[in-house]
Design a protein around this ligand. Sequence first.
Ligand SMILES: NC(=O)c1ccc[n+]([C@@H]2O[C@H](COP(=O)([O-])OP(=O)(O)OC[C@H]3O[C@@H](n4cnc5c(N)ncnc54)[C@H](OP(=O)(O)O)[C@@H]3O)[C@@H](O)[C@H]2O)c1
Length: 293
Amino acid sequence: MQLKGKGVVIFGGRTGLLGQALTRAFRLAGARPVPLSSQDCDILDPRSVELLLDRRDPDLIVNAAAYTQVDLAEEQEEMAFALNATAPPLLASLAAKRLVPFVHFSTDFVFRGTKRTPYQPYDEPDPFSVYGISKADGERGLLRFGYERTLIIRTSWLFGPGKMNFVENILTLCETRNTLTVVNDQMGSPAYTPDVAAYTLALLARDETGIHHLANSGEATWHALATQAVTLAGLDCHVEPVPTSAYPTKAVRPAYSVLDLSRFIQATGVTPRHWQQALADYVLGDLKRGSVI
Ligand SMILES: NC(=O)c1ccc[n+]([C@@H]2O[C@H](COP(=O)([O-])OP(=O)(O)OC[C@H]3O[C@@H](n4cnc5c(N)ncnc54)[C@H](OP(=O)(O)O)[C@@H]3O)[C@@H](O)[C@H]2O)c1
């Protein structure tokens, strides 16, 4: 679709880590984004979503809202499922009613991590955390509903401006500590939110639907990502590699969740830049401007 002048309702677009980057990208493309938080419109309240859509009459609906607290989800199962599993098909049904495309975001955590080669969009989800199961249920609900103008984008390991994230957290901790321990036996695909947003628009420009994987190129462990961020920031802090067993968390994370990006590359002709390049932009650009470092 051509985005210039188009109204885009973005759930999560005002306060979400990815949503804020999407809002900027749509604005840059000449669209008219309507960024929302839970205060503006609660996606658990179908009536208020319908009223909002009637008022805004968007040309595109984007769902970047979710329950994203991976460990807390183990205790707040009901809330995680309401937001991640029940709400997405409801939003898709409202998009279908209005005959406008629907974009939904999902996660690498729908995979268990038993593979040792990158996960393809058609690999069967097999999560074991509540968060992962709820997100996989959301995907399944959308596929079952079957609205043909639905684009599901699985992304992973997000960092970017506008909200606290793993990279900013590491750099903030390094200001008060000489040593940090970070796990080095989980491998994934780091993704810079402005890049994921730009690549999302590239998919929309080609009217892509179905499931796509989006991240930066390359793979990393959390330890490698943290080390690279600390080096770029020029901080005097030692990042010690530790196994997952030394850092127990409520939710079990996949040991390997690298995303295969070839469907996106084939569809758009765009090869995502390497995460190290994107990280340099984030650490030396966004964070420096915001004087986090
Ligand atoms: N962060 C990651 O590393 C990561 C990795 C892979 C995939 N993803 C996926 O990417 C998407 C975006 O994640 P994110 O990290 O950007 O999320 P986030 O920063 O946690 O933002 C979540 C957004 O959802 C909104 N929201 C929560 N409950 C709502 C409700 N009841 N009604 C309306 N809006 C509500 C929040 O609004 P309030 O601020 O008002 O609460 C916020 O804007 C999600 O689908 C997530 O599963 C994220």
